[in-house]
Design a protein around this ligand. Structure first.
Ligand code: GH3
Ligand code: MG
Ligand code: MG
Length: 618
């Protein structure tokens, strides 16, 4: 119920209750008062009648009492004035003419000697009757015992007076009516005054209610009028300043957040509080993401985490992450639809060999077919009902990788809504990916031989365990080839160190070309090389070694003014066939290589246990 209605209802209820109470109370007290007055009245009249009759007796004019009583009855309001004689008076003086009539009440009063009063409803209105005993007394104005032969205190008769109450009642009603009217008038004045007093409270309360409702909807503008100088007026002023404070605070936060999101500030029609909360929570998620990827060990882990964010936070199932291969024009797929290393699915694979075909890679800014349909020719030729948004991830000033989202047409709006948030994730990820990338490069450089581009001995030391455990898991053999150029020192001595380097580089190329991608070629020492071949054993290993030997034999290194030809000696051992420890097998390959040197060089020798004796160099 509204406050105004409550006040009115309360005032009316108060007025009605007061009227009822006052009318009832005044009516009852009026009645009591009237009855009491009438009693006194009747008693006085009875006294007068008694005295008059006694006087009449004394002056022998008692015969005229009838006239006296008749005159008395004409007094306004007096209906009856009647006297009856007691038996003792009748016995002494005979029955009077007019004292004959006696009713039950007269008889009772004469018998008991106590006055009797009653209020009766008669045809012409309310009548109050009083019957009082006339008692013989010697004291006072007249000594009754002078004439009456009775003992003092004897009841000599009864005087009955009855009076009409109608006039009294009429004035009671009139008084009540005047009082009711006065109360109604007074209450109306009160109500008017009360409403005037509470009106500003009610209006301010309504304003506060509306303002708070608007604030819940995110509109914190408030201009509640200050209607009074009291607490209510202060409430209006305080609420205005509170909401202004919230509005300003939220606007500042919202602008800062919008800046962080590189997004426009919250629109007028948006709920400022809700939008700010959701934007801030988006930023917090991105901050958590950054914290997580900083602790990730490799670049790939970061991309995998980014994939989970796409799938779980942004509900995107089709997407690709491409990485630009440093210092080349190529790209590789890192993750496609959540699958690590999956083939290119959403673009023409041409972009992998010529990354300039990828518009995002080439231009360095986001390419969206939501904004510009058909903008990129390289996008999935067989998915015409799909849209793409490709976002370049900038690292060290150039495009390091490209994130591609692939969505249905019905998702366009949703994607546009969350893109600012996704951009925050990518902005957070970019420097971390960059740092990991640099670390990877640095790490790779410590594991690579700078001159030949082959792995170095440190690489073998670090990855031997991985190689061994993977071969043990697959229960396969590792073939270990130890290679050493024959009479290489002579090259340096004759043609110089640079010529020697050229030979080593040419040899490295031959070895790389002669093995599979899964095999590992290592520059083990100055001109000593080690090749580890996975899942290769026996004749297959011999064949690769022979292929390398023959290729080296046929290799011609063009020098200024000379063409160099060299040969190579190769020793082979197998793990775990020859030894159940990997490094022992490497030693056996070395032993076999020395055996090849000793037995004339330019040959391939497989390790045999009898080669391992105290004469060998280890
Ligand atoms: P052998 O047939 O017994 O192997 O005879 P060799 O002359 O090849 O003897 P050895 O293997 O001991 O020779 C090693 C030579 O390799 C010594 C060193 O001058 C040369 N060498 C080692 N590392 C490099 C390098 O990085 N560049 C060049 N140019 N020469 C190197
Ligand atoms: Mg050597
Ligand atoms: Mg040598």
């Amino acid at each position: 119920m509204k406050l105004g209605t409550k006040v009115t209802a309360f005032s009316i209820a108060m007025t009605v209750s007061m009227i009822v109470i006052i009318v009832v109370v005044s009516f009852l007290s009026f009645r009591q008062f009237t009855i009491a007055t009438e009693r006194e009245h009747i008693a006085s009249i009875a006294e007068i009648v008694g005295i008059s009759l006694s006087e009449s007796m004394l002056h022998n004019s008692v015969e005229n009492r009838n006239d006296f009583l008749g005159h008395l009855a004409t007094v306004e309001g007096l209906r009856t004035a009647r006297v009856v004689r007691a038996d003792n008076v009748s016995k002494q003086f005979g029955n009077g003419k007019i004292e004959q009539f006696s009713d039950e009440i007269d008889a009772r009063v004469m018998r008991d000697g106590r006055p009797y009063y009653e209020l009766t409803e008669e045809r012409d209105g309310l009548v109050f009757r009083g019957t009082l005993p006339y008692v013989a007394t010697r004291t006072g104005h007249i000594n009754c015992l002078q004439c009456h032969n009775v003992a003092e205190g004897t009841v000599l008769g009864a005087i009955t007076i009855s009076m009409s109450m109608s006039e009294m009642l009429r004035s009671a009603y009139m008084t009540s009516a005047v009082m009711v009217l006065a109360i109604i008038f007074f209450m109306l004045v009160m109500l008017w005054f009360f409403r005037r007093l509470v009106k500003p409270v009610i209006t301010t309360a309504q304003d506060v209610q509306e303002t708070v409702e608007r604030a819940i909807q995110g509109d914190f503008h408030a201009n509640i009028e200050r209607r009074t100088d009291d607490e209510i007026g202060q409430v209006a002023v305080d609420l205005n300043s509170l909401l202004k404070f919230i509005q300003n605070g939220l606007s500042t936060i919202s602008q800062d957040v919008a800046q962080l999101l590189q997004q426009t500030p919250v629109h007028e029609h948006e709920n400022l509080l809700n939008s700010t909360i959701s934007r801030v929570s988006g930023l917090i998620d991105a901050a958590h993401f950054k914290q997580a990827i900083e602790e990730d060990e490799t670049k790939l882990e970061i991309y995998r985490r980014l994939s989970s964010v796409l799938q779980q936070r942004f509900a995107i199932s089709s997407f690709s992450i491409y990485e630009v291969v440093p210092n080349t024009d190529t790209m590789s797929t890192l993750v496609v639809d959540g699958e690590t290393g999956a083939p290119c699915r959403w673009c023409d694979p041409q972009i992998l060999v010529h990354s300039g075909s990828c518009r995002a890679r080439r231009t360095g800014h986001a390419i969206s077919s939501i904004e510009s349909p058909g903008i990129c020719y390289a996008f999935a030729p067989d998915a015409p009902d799909r849209l793409h948004v490709c976002i370049p991830i900038i690292q060290s000033g150039s495009v390091g990788s490209v994130l591609q989202l692939v969505v249905g047409k019905d998702e366009a709006e949703r994607v546009n809504d969350f893109l600012p948030y996704l951009n925050v994730y990518l902005r957070e990820a970019a420097p971390v990916i960059e740092a990991k990338r640099l670390m990877d490069t640095l790490r790779a450089s410590t594991l690579t031989d700078a001159m030949t581009g082959l792995h170095n001995r440190r690489f073998l030391e670090e990855f031997a365990e991985t190689l061994v455990s993977s071969s043990q898991r697959r229960k396969s053999q590792l073939a270990i080839l130890m290679l050493d150029l024959d009479y290489f020192k002579m090259v340096n001595d004759t043609y110089g160190h640079d010529a020697g380097d050229m030979v080593l580089k040419a040899l490295a190329r031959i070895m790389q070309a002669s093995v599979r991608a899964s095999d590992v070629v290592i520059r083990y020492g100055g001109e000593e090389f080690l090749i580890i071949m996975q899942d290769t054993a026996g004749e297959a290993a011999d064949a690769v070694a022979e292929k390398i030997r023959a290729a080296v034999e046929g290799m011609k290194v063009q020098l200024p003014g000379a063409v160099l030809q060299k040969t190579i000696s190769i020793g082979i051992a197998e793990f775990p066939l020859d030894s159940d420890t990997f490094w022992q097998a490497v030693k056996y390959a070395d032993v076999a290589m020395y055996n090849a040197k000793e037995s004339g060089r330019n040959r391939v020798v497989r390790f045999r246990p009898e080669m391992w004796n105290d004469d060998v160099r280890y």
